[in-house]
Write a protein that binds this ligand. Structure first.
Ligand code: NAI
Ligand code: SOE
Length: 401
């Protein structure tokens, strides 16, 4: 009989919706499931918000006190879907209580907090994972497979972008994503870290960065209420304004430990771009292209193709590709954001069932925070900045690329 594990999910906003959907759907896709996630308690800041989330997302109970929930014996997993400022406090308390933890990205507001979280989970011996779900897109996992098999040779160059436009309007509200004390940083932590995670997954650790990190919109209308409406439709031009103290954009050159070079660009002010995550990777034997807005497809070029057939080919992911056994029966039926979260849930519960740390673990999340710190410092100093390396002890639960 498949074991049932009780989930307490903290934070019932955008990610609360995505994670609740994944808990309900995972066994429908991946059967036999490694365990059945049971939606036991959802927590938000007030009883009213928690109760609304309970009804909407199908949990048994609602609470406005995450400390009390973490202390309960009948909870197996703590799922952190709150803004970044409380990730560390919740994760450390959950680790002390012996709970397995999945935490939304970015792991923390910087390397120092992330290190404390890593130390806590390692000491507790629990399973830990950071929810960088884009690496769970089947086409990205297929790119990883080709790279690991040596199909494009040694990696020379990585170009990663994450371009959005939801914050391009100067009258979009001052949500938590524009406040350093809550978010830690702006575009760097919010979406730049997704690109860093993809770079680490596909190429290996970044060793140095040289970044520009401008803030274009220095103040925004104050927002009432906590949930980030991501740019919002309400017009706030007459409202009192508050200071934006985080970056709007990051553009950086990269050096990798393996000797490859590369670049990273992320912005939330690029009009016309929505969720434009692109990867272009050149190797000594071929190249790979990926565009999340066409996420069923991986473009590959193999240099040893006959001269008259050389060029990029399009592979539509399906049953023959990573995670294909659980998804849809023929290629190109459509992979969505939901599928990436369902796969993430599957990998997390597999890790709990097997006792083996999943990737990205908190160690991987910590390394990504060290790159984020280096990007911030480089942006401030306009100098190349080396990324602090993980110690041998910290690397124990980092999954090598
Ligand atoms: P949101 O603003 O939509 O929702 C946050 C929820 O957490 C709200 O319901 C809020 O009331 C609640 N909350 C705040 N403080 C709390 C506390 N102390 N205790 C309990 N509940 C609390 O935010 P969203 O977009 O869901 O972001 C949450 C986290 O997920 C962030 O770390 C963000 O970076 C990450 N995220 C990840 C995405 C991905 O693709 N992996 C996509 C969007 C967000
Ligand atoms: C806003 O930029 C946001 O919701 C990010 O916080 C997520 O991580 C990204 O996946 C989608 O956009």
């Amino acid at each position: 009989m498949t074991k049932t594990l009780n989930i307490a999910m903290i934070g019932g906003g955008f990610m609360g919706k995505a994670h609740a959907m994944a808990y309900a759907s995972m066994p429908m896709f991946f059967w036999p499931a490694p365990a059945i996630p049971h939606r036991k308690v959802v927590v938000d800041v007030t009883d009213e918000l928690a109760e609304a989330a309970r009804q909407r997302f199908g949990f048994d109970e609602a609470s406005s006190d995450w400390r009390e929930v973490i202390a309960r014996d009948d909870i197996d997993v703590i799922d952190i879907c709150t803004p970044n400022n409380v990730h560390a406090e919740i994760a450390i308390a959950a680790a002390k209580a012996g709970k397995h933890i999945i935490c939304e990205k970015p792991l923390a507001r910087g390397g120092e907090e992330a290190k404390a979280m890593l130390d806590a989970v390692e000491k507790a011996g629990v399973i830990h994972m950071v929810a960088f779900n884009y690496r769970r897109t089947p086409a990205v996992a297929l790119a990883k497979k080709y790279i690991d098999e040596g199909r494009i040779g040694e990696i020379l160059n990585f170009r990663g972008t994450y371009l959005q436009d939801w914050s391009a309007d100067p009258d979009g509200p001052l949500s938590w994503r524009f406040q350093k004390k809550i978010a830690g940083s702006g575009t760097i932590g919010d979406i730049g870290t997704h690109v860093v995670d993809l770079a680490h997954y596909l190429v290996g650790p970044i060793s140095a960065v040289s970044a520009l990190t401008p803030t274009y919109i220095k103040s925004r209308p104050l927002q009432s209420g906590g949930v980030d409406k991501l740019g919002a439709s309400e017009k706030n031009s007459g409202a009192p304004r508050g200071e934006v103290d985080v970056d709007d954009e990051v553009v950086s050159m990269l050096k990798f430990e393996c000797g490859a070079i590369g670049s990273l660009e992320a912005t939330r002010n690029g009009y016309g771009r929505n969720n434009f995550i692109t990867l272009e990777i050149h190797g000594t034997k071929g190249s790979i292209l990926f565009n999340y807005e066409r996420r069923d497809e991986l473009q590959v070029m193999f240099a040893d193709d006959p001269a008259d057939a050389r060029g990029f080919r399009t592979v539509y992911t399906g049953p023959a590709h990573p995670y294909g056994e659980g998804l849809w029966p023929i290629p190109a039926l459509g992979i969505g954001y939901s599928e990436t979260k369902i796969i993430e849930c599957y990998d997390f519960f597999n890790a709990i069932a097997s006792g083996e740390q999943p990737s990205p673990s908190f160690a991987d999340g910590y390394l990504t925070e060290l790159v984020a710190d280096a990007l911030i410092t480089s942006g401030e100093t306009e100098q190349w900045v080396k990324v602090q390396s993980l110690t041998a002890a910290d690397k124990r639960t980092a999954v090598p690329a």
